[in-house]
Design a protein around this ligand. Structure first.
Ligand SMILES: [Fe+2]
Length: 412
């Protein structure tokens, strides 16, 4: 990031490490370094009294009386050409949240009508991007869906892994209305190191203004911007049905790619599938928090690590998926270090190279992409050099604690 690379994460923190700042595989990258990017750090933090109130249910634990607040709008000189300036990131160093408490997740896709009659209504067009992974839909307005339609949305996304909906109005609604829509699918996650629109910490922002030679600097130290990850899997209850709303996008470039972890699991030999069952792996958010602190960024909630099954079962489809990602999965419980490192490297490489079970979504104004974070990983593709802004807002409902079901021998 070269220190100039600006934010992103179709997944995570606006303040997060760059690939070049992190060691190789043994200390995996923090979420999507490319997606999360970082805002320029130098000389742009302003001081102001912290807000007194907070509307978030979890509550702000403590506020320093004079907390630093950093705003992109200030860094852009007080004016901006952003299409949605109220969505520009703000980091309030006084914002602190207590640890998450477990909650009971309701999986709306589980009993949804598989005919999708309340979602894919007359006039809707659905096209698959690849046979196994990814679809594109026109003719549906997500914000207008009935509860039955939302249930079917959760199921469709679980089946297709990622679905791009065109011509959406979520970005144009008041932020709270967009949050109310997304809150149907689970408790809103608040990212520990992310900037957010002022007053809406549940919104995770992906932001890159594309200027100042940031890409040249970024790619000077690595060969590719691809950084596969699933979002915040260190949480006890990581996200499920997840939404990314485009606000500004390059005309060409800045696509997001997705990998289907169900298909990645299906490609393994029966012998390896059987061996992976019963194993758990550690997912950690500590490196992300450390990185943010080291760069003067915020840490809004103290980091956690959790062990999750290597093979998880989706509650709506019953499908099994590899639950491993290069962003946060650190080690396999019960294995010695070399064993763990080699097996994790194989699994992460297997996921990353499977272009025959990946899909690439091209952004366009008013597109909303919905993916199931339980059964996918994703990466932004940093390939445009035009200086165009890339700005997205993520709504991140948390889901169930990952669980596994017994291995079932395959019939020949
Ligand atoms: Fe991400």
């Amino acid at each position: 990031m070269a220190t100039e690379i600006i934010t992103q994460t179709e997944g995570n923190a606006v303040t997060s490490p760059s690939p070049i700042d992190l060691p190789e595989r043994n200390l995996p990258r923090v979420d999507s370094p490319v997606e999360e990017g970082d805002l320029k750090q130098s000389g742009t933090i302003v001081e102001r009294p912290a807000k007194e109130e907070n509307s978030i249910e979890q509550g702000i634990q403590a506020k320093r009386p004079e907390a630093k607040v950093r705003r992109v709008i200030d860094e852009e000189g007080g004016t901006t050409t952003a299409s949605y300036p109220h969505y520009l990131p703000v980091w309030d160093h006084g914002e602190k949240y207590p640890p998450w408490e477990p909650f009971e997740h309701t999986e709306h896709g589980k009993d949804a009508d598989p005919s999708f009659k309340d979602l894919l209504v007359e006039g809707t067009k659905l096209q698959h991007l690849t046979p196994t992974t990814g679809s594109e839909v026109t003719g549906v307005q997500l914000s207008k869906l009935s509860d039955a339609g939302k249930d079917q949305l959760a199921l469709l996304v679980a089946q297709r892994k990622v679905v791009a909906f065109r011509d959406q109005d979520l970005a144009d609604l008041p932020i709270q209305e967009a949050l109310d829509f997304g809150g149907y699918f689970g408790r809103h996650h608040i990212h520990p190191t992310s900037g957010a629109p002022e007053g809406y910490p549940e919104i995770h922002l992906v932001y890159r203004n594309g200027g100042n030679g940031e890409f040249e600097s970024f790619l000077a130290n690595r060969n590719s911007s691809v950084a596969w990850h699933s979002d915040v899997t260190y949480e006890e209850q990581p996200p499920g049905t997840t939404f990314l709303i485009i606000l500004d996008t390059p005309e060409v470039g800045g696509d997001t790619a997705f990998v289907n972890h169900v298909e990645a699991y299906n490609r393994l030999s029966p012998a390896l599938k059987e061996r992976l069952h019963g194993l758990t792996a550690v997912h950690s958010g500590f490196e992300q928090a450390d990185f943010s602190r080291s760069r003067g960024g915020v840490v809004r909630r103290e980091p956690v690590k959790n062990s999750h099954p290597l093979v998880r079962t989706h509650p709506a489809t019953g499908e099994k998926a590899l639950f491993v990602n290069g962003g946060f999965t650190r080690s396999i419980d019960g294995l010695k270090k070399e064993e763990s490192d080699y097996l994790l490297k194989f699994l992460v490489d297997h996921i990353g190279r499977g272009i025959d079970y990946q899909a690439r979504v091209r952004w366009a104004p008013k597109t909303v992409v919905v993916w199931d974070n339980r059964v996918t990983s994703h990466s932004a593709i940093v390939d445009w050099v035009t200086g165009e802004r890339r700005h997205l807002a993520r709504i991140t409902p948390q889901a169930e604690r990952p669980y596994e079901t017994p291995y079932v021998a395959e019939t020949k």
